[in-house]
Unconditional design. Structure first.
Length: 376
């Protein structure tokens, strides 16, 4: 600014500038929003309704949302009939994790995943491990701007062959995940979604074009459990699993066994029979140990014996790769050849002690072990 400007000149200059900004906003509202709020991104799947209402079409809740209101997940907002994600590029967590922590046991063992999350979820699980970021709205959670380009750059710099969308529910930050995964794929980096599987088929199929793997939490095998303890539904999750099989992407299943709520032998048997019939015997299933947290603190940790019995039932039914989680040192952490019984991968927690799989096969009998064993 010219040093000879008077105070009157200064206020005239500011006033004219503000008027110009206001006119620009009026003429270019979408451009203005993007410039002022880089974390905004128009949602990919939604339908416009009369009266400036919209219906979200990303997940089976299909929330109908009035102007200036948000859906169930709390991180998307209707603004004059346009639906925006409020968390695009806004990460509330970023860490480097072993891929075994996701857990993915048949996906690039012994490698790391650059893991990110944004606030929000389309479930409210009463046993949520990350409730401080999943069950709050974006403005209640400390986040930092980490756009897709920076995520991919950091993954490359840290020598992570995979980016994981995890900790909260990636379905509710779909646009951030999709754009990051697409860019990562072009740079030779994979992407895995760690999800509750509560997503509609169309956005899932579109997303799978950019992903290299998915882990689905199968919370239980009854609608009552999903309704009472997750504010969700079972059937759409089962549909997701069938869709993942149909599109041919690698996926694994995790079942958190909670004492008295979803750990009966009859329920586990029905679940495993469904998996065998609908998905096949080769999909890895992880039975994981519950510890009291969030809104369920009145129940004990899952007895190891319960987990071992679940694994026994699953193997009796014929599932080939059945694992136990949160029980470090148990043989249920290991991968065995379903044909000859050879110990192929020995794990202790998130660490690989031994891995003799070669070219995706058992070195002893040549049996093909399904999974992603090499970076593509």
């Amino acid at each position: 600014m010219n040093e000879n400007y008077t105070r009157r000149d200064f206020f005239k200059y500011v006033s004219n500038g503000l008027c110009s900004i206001g006119a620009w906003k009026f003429l270019n509202p979408s451009t203005a929003l993007a410039a002022e709020e880089p974390h905004l991104k128009e949602v990919s799947f939604y339908k416009k309704l009369p009266g400036l209402k919209i219906q979200c079409e990303i997940c089976p809740k299909k929330c109908e949302i009035a102007d200036l209101e948000r859906g169930y997940c709390g991180n998307k907002e209707n603004r004059q009939g346009k639906y925006y994600s409020l968390v695009y590029g806004e990460s509330c967590a970023a860490h480097i994790d072993p891929i075994e922590k996701k857990p993915l046991f048949h996906y690039l063992p012994s490698t790391n995943a650059f893991s990110i999350a944004s606030a929000g979820c389309n479930f409210e699980c009463k046993f949520c491990q990350n409730w401080r970021i999943a069950q709050y709205r974006p403005e209640q959670v400390e986040s930092f701007y980490l756009p897709p380009k920076e995520v991919v750059s950091l993954a490359k710099r840290k020598a992570c062959p995979t980016i994981a969308y995890t900790y909260t529910e990636p379905v509710v930050f779909y646009e951030y995940m999709y754009d990051t995964a697409k860019l990562a794929r072009s740079e030779g980096i994979g992407s895995v979604m760690i999800s509750n599987g509560f997503i509609n088929e169309e956005p899932l199929i579109e997303l799978c074009k950019q992903l290299t793997g998915v882990k689905v939490d199968l919370k239980a095998f009854t609608e009552n459990f999903y309704k009472d303890y997750c504010s969700g539904e079972l059937k759409p999750v089962l549909n997701t699993l069938k869709t993942l099989k149909k599109v041919g992407i690698w996926y694994e299943i995790v079942v958190l066994l909670i004492p008295t709520l979803n750990d009966s032998e009859s329920e586990i048997r029905k679940m495993c029979q469904w998996i065998k019939a609908e998905l096949g015997v080769g999909v890895p299933v992880h039975f994981s140990r519950f510890h009291p947290m969030y809104k369920i603190k009145n129940l004990p940790s899952t007895p190891v014996k319960t987990l071992e019995n679940a694994r026994k039932v699953a193997r009796e039914i014929g599932l080939h790769y059945v694992y136990l989680g949160n029980v470090t040192g148990n043989e249920g952490e290991n991968t065995y050849c379903p044909s000859c019984g050879e110990l192929l991968i020995r794990r202790i927690g998130y660490h690989i002690i031994k891995n003799v799989i070669k070219d995706g096969r058992c070195p002893k009998c040549g049996h093909v072990i399904p999974g992603v064993w090499e970076k593509t």
